[in-house]
Ligand binder design. Structure first.
Ligand SMILES: CC(C)(COP(=O)(O)OP(=O)(O)OC[C@H]1O[C@@H](n2cnc3c(N)ncnc32)[C@H](O)[C@@H]1OP(=O)(O)O)[C@@H](O)C(=O)NCCC(=O)NCCS
Length: 351
């Protein structure tokens, strides 16, 4: 196991294609993800067998913040070991090497959002299970949703009415869309002051989202389009900013609220209403988001989103972390539960 160097790219792509299929890992997307973030330094590891790369663990070290506390965090993304080389401890060796590098450069923690396959390995390595981020949804077109799963006339209409009634019972009605919401092509210039207010409303340990980060994450991504919305207050000042991504999955039109920053809860409700209207006009049946802080969960509920109960068999959004043992026990105590973190879909590279 050794540090990743740029000339490893073809070997790494072979591992990713053997893992995820031939269409996986276009070179430009990997370059964007692994080397493009202007506020991160990159320090991933590869595992090498004679003559070939057989495993990869990308890692970026970033400035993070919770209210007034600045910390450095290392984020692990998309680990993969070639199928012919699994269950030999390669993943474990890659993660250990990344950790050693993270502590060497002074990171306070290493975190990642594992899937069902890698999570057992992280827990075995002693990572803290932070818990699951919340999945929140709003059904924008119950007819289309039901028709997708019950394509029987009559039954689908009944199902759609039942779903709409249940949703109305369980969630507050969204506001009527606000007129002062505009769609932008690039993030507004003054997002950082909005970020500070948002951070006070919804504290939690998360990435520092600076203007260069917003640009890298949502306008510089090769082959992916995001929709950007800005809410302005009565004086024309920015009061909120939100990012949306559309996707068709299994024939269903879904829209993901990737990120939202606001000055007030009222602004959040107005902006969410406008963004949901824009999604509906685009033909979206299911509007959803995944977030970690409890207060944001509550605010989104008040805007009309329903938290999907943990007992339903939907996708799980895990987070795990390990804290730098040389920096004392305080961080491990303060950020041991997911609701003390600030994580959104924007932190999650696969969307
Ligand atoms: C997940 C993955 C990286 C593990 O790589 P690996 O080199 O086989 O893992 P290791 O040999 O270091 O295993 C470490 C521990 O993880 C757990 N583990 C690994 N593979 C597992 C599996 N298929 N089922 C259950 N536990 C598993 C075990 O606890 C294992 O320890 P053990 O072998 O002593 O029981 C590999 O299976 C892979 O590339 N999967 C597809 C890509 C993927 O899903 N990546 C995660 C993206 S978040």
């Amino acid at each position: 196991v050794r540090p990743y160097v740029r000339s490893d790219a073809p070997g790494v792509r072979d591992v990713l294609q053997a893992t995820y299929g031939a269409a996986a890992a276009p070179a430009e997307l990997l370059n964007w993800l692994w080397f493009g973030n202007p506020q991160a330094t990159y320090a991933g590891m590869v595992a090498e067998a004679p003559g070939r790369v057989v495993g990869v663990q990308p890692m970026s070290v970033c400035q993070c913040r919770d209210a007034q506390t600045n910390v450095r965090g290392a984020v692990l993304t998309g680990v993969a070991v070639h199928p012919e080389f699994r269950r030999r401890g390669i993943f474990s060796a890659l993660v250990r090497a990344c950790e050693a590098e993270a502590w060497r450069v002074g990171a306070d923690f290493v975190t990642t959002m594992p899937n069902e396959r890698s999570r057992p390995g992280f827990l075995k390595l002693g990572y803290t299970d932070l818990g699951q981020r919340s999945l929140l949804i709003r059904l924008l077109d119950t007819k289309m949703l039901v028709h997708n799963s019950v394509p029987v006339r009559g039954l689908d209409r009944l199902g759609a009415s039942l779903l709409s009634a249940t949703q109305a019972l369980l969630t507050p009605t969204p506001l009527r869309a606000h007129a002062d919401v505009v769609e932008l092509t690039t993030p507004p210039a003054d997002l950082e002051s909005l970020e500070r207010d948002h951070g006070r409303l919804f504290p939690g340990l998360g990435l520092c989202r600076t203007n260069p980060w917003w640009h890298w994450r949502y306008t510089d991504v090769p082959g992916r389009a995001y929709r950007l919305f800005e809410l302005r207050d009565r004086r024309g000042q920015p009061a909120g900013f939100a990012v949306l991504r559309h996707e068709t999955r299994h024939g269903l039109e879904a829209a993901y609220l990737m990120d939202i920053v606001v000055r007030t809860i009222e602004a959040l409700r107005q902006l969410v209403a406008a963004v949901m209207d824009a999604a509906k006009a685009h033909g979206t049946a299911l509007f959803c988001t995944v977030i970690s802080p409890t207060l944001l969960d509550r605010a989104l509920h008040s805007a009309g989103l329903l938290r999907v109960p943990a007992w339903l068999p939907t996708k799980r959004f895990y987070s795990v972390a390990r804290f730098n043992p040389n920096h004392g026990p305080d961080a491990a105590k303060r950020w041991s539960r997911i609701h003390t973190w600030y994580q959104t879909l924007g932190d999650w590279d696969t969307l």
